[in-house]
Design a protein around this ligand. Sequence first.
Ligand SMILES: [Zn+2]
Length: 322
Amino acid sequence: MNKKIKLDLFKLKSKQDLEGVYRFFKESTAKWFDSNQKPKSEYFHIRECPLCNADTSKEVFEIDGFSYHKCLSCQSLYTKPHIRDGVLNTLYSDGMYQVYQDNLVKNGKEIRKGVLEERKYSQIDSLLDKSSPTLLDVGCGGGTFLDVCKQHGWYVEGVDPSPTASLTALENYQINVHHGDFNKIKFNKTFDVITLWGVLEHMSDPISAIKKAKELLNENGMIVFEVPSADCFISEYLKKYNFSPTRYIESGRHNIFFSRVIIGGIAEKFGLKIELIESNGLDIQTVLLEEFDTKITEKILKIQDTLNDLLLGDHYRVFLKK
Ligand SMILES: [Zn+2]
C-alpha cells in the first residue's frame, strides 16, 4: 500500500495566512448574526441531519456563533441551524475570498501537486483493475489533480462551480472542466473513477451528489472522497475545550462532518464496497497552531501519524468500489 506522508501543516499553509482567511470569514459572516450573536433566520434554517435525515441531535460545541450538533442516529456532526442554500455561493463568489484563498495555498503549491496529488493518483491506481481509466474530478478547482492524472495517461474531466477554475484548467492544462452545479449538469459519458476531494462537506445535499456519482460510474469503477471526520481527535478536544481552530471547523464552510457510521451507511445504501479508508489529519498542529523547532515538529508529526493509524485524524479518505 502507498506510504503515508508526514504532512507539516505550516509547509502547506502559513499560520499568518490561515489567520487571514479566518478573520476574513469572521468579518464576512458577521451579518448572518443578530446583535446577540444569534443566527438570523434569513440565512439559517433548522433541518434534519443532512446525511441520514434523522431529526434527533444534541449540541456538542458552539464556535463563532455556529452550533454544532451530533446526529443521534448516524453520529455525524452538522451545524444547526444550518446555512440556507445559496448563502455560501454569495460568499465564495466574493472576489476577496479568492484573494485570501490563493494566498493560503500559494506556499504549499509544489508539495500539493508533486507529493499530495501524486499520492492520490497512485492510491487510486493501485486499487483499480484498469489501466488508462477515465476520471471525473468534482470540485476540481484549477485542475492540478486532474493534470497529474492526465500526465499518467488517464482521460480526465472536471466539474467546478467557479467559472475562473474552468478557464484556468483549460488554459494551463488543456483540460475540459464543466462549469456549474454537479447535481444539475448532464454528462454524456460515464467514468471509471469519480473523485470528490473536500467537496461533500460544503454541499447542502451530499447524498444526492454521491447518488449522481454512482449513476455516472462504470462497472468496477471507484468513487473516492475526502471529508472532515466527526470521530477524530480534534473533535473530541473541541467538545472538551470549545476552542475555535482556524482549520478543521472553518466556521460557515465546513458544516457537515462525516462519521465512520455514515460512511458505512453510504456504502451500503449505494451497494458499494469500502476498498480502503484512511485518515489524513493535521489535528495536533491545528490545536497548537504555532511554529516549532524541528525537534518538536518531528514529535508532533509522529503523534499525528499514530492518530492516523487509529483513524482518528481529522479527515477520512474513502475508496468505494462498485
Ligand atoms: Zn445523521
